[in-house]
Design a protein around this ligand. Structure first.
Ligand code: GLN
Length: 194
């Protein structure tokens, strides 16, 4: 089975581990740089990107993870994980860094305080004819993307909420809590050993 790590510093990593295990992956929590070795892929969960950023640097895993991404490690980021994989955050807090890798500009907490969480059905042709029921929780949106980025899903107003670039996959929403395993299966199908 594919060896898939889930960055387990903060956020809803347990939910990702459960979905990946249910799909037959060898899913394991990752907190140290040495645990990146021998992974076929990595998931960065939802949570709080500012905290995840600080912890990843404090644990000394941010640098090695950036290097692994640059050498082609497949990574799937949901919500805060999307922010971690973004090259640019338009409204980042002072000192906030990302790992980067996806040529996108994201806006954190893009839906404002009155509507911080909502659900919507999204047509995502790559995943089949049945729409994906997407759950957004204080979610970011992708405001701009470069030519190497493929948008995979957009809200009815056109704002992009899922995309891929090479081995990197990002969603603003949380398939790990939706009971829909298609995004994780899509990620696993792209790994070398799946
Ligand atoms: N608002 C969070 C952030 O900016 C992301 C929320 C989430 O992951 N559900 O990191």
């Amino acid at each position: 089975p594919a060896r898939v790590g889930v960055l387990a510093l903060q956020g809803d990593f347990r939910e990702h581990l459960a979905v990946l295990a249910s799909l037959g992956a060898d899913a394991r929590p990752v907190r140290r740089a040495s645990e990146l070795d021998e992974l076929d892929g990595l998931v960065i969960p939802g949570g709080e990107s500012t905290v995840m950023d600080k912890l990843s640097r404090a644990f000394g895993i941010a640098g090695p993870l950036k290097a692994a991404i640059a050498s082609g490690l497949p990574v799937y980021g949901t919500c805060a994980g999307l922010i971690m994989l973004a090259d640019r955050v338009s409204n980042r807090i002072a000192g906030q860094q990302t790992l980067g890798g996806v040529d996108i500009t994201v806006q954190r907490n893009a839906f404002g305080s009155q509507n911080e969480s909502f659900e919507v059905d999204l047509d995502i042709p790559e995943l089949g004819a049945v729409p994906v029921h997407a759950v957004f929780i204080r979610a970011p949106v992708i405001d701009q993307y470069g030519p190497a980025v493929t948008p995979l899903a957009a809200l009815p107003d056109g704002r992009v909420v899922a995309a891929s670039q090479g081995n990197l996959l990002v969603t603003s929403f949380h398939p790990e809590i939706m009971g829909d395993t298609r995004f994780h299966a899509y990620f696993l199908a792209g790994l070398h050993r799946s």
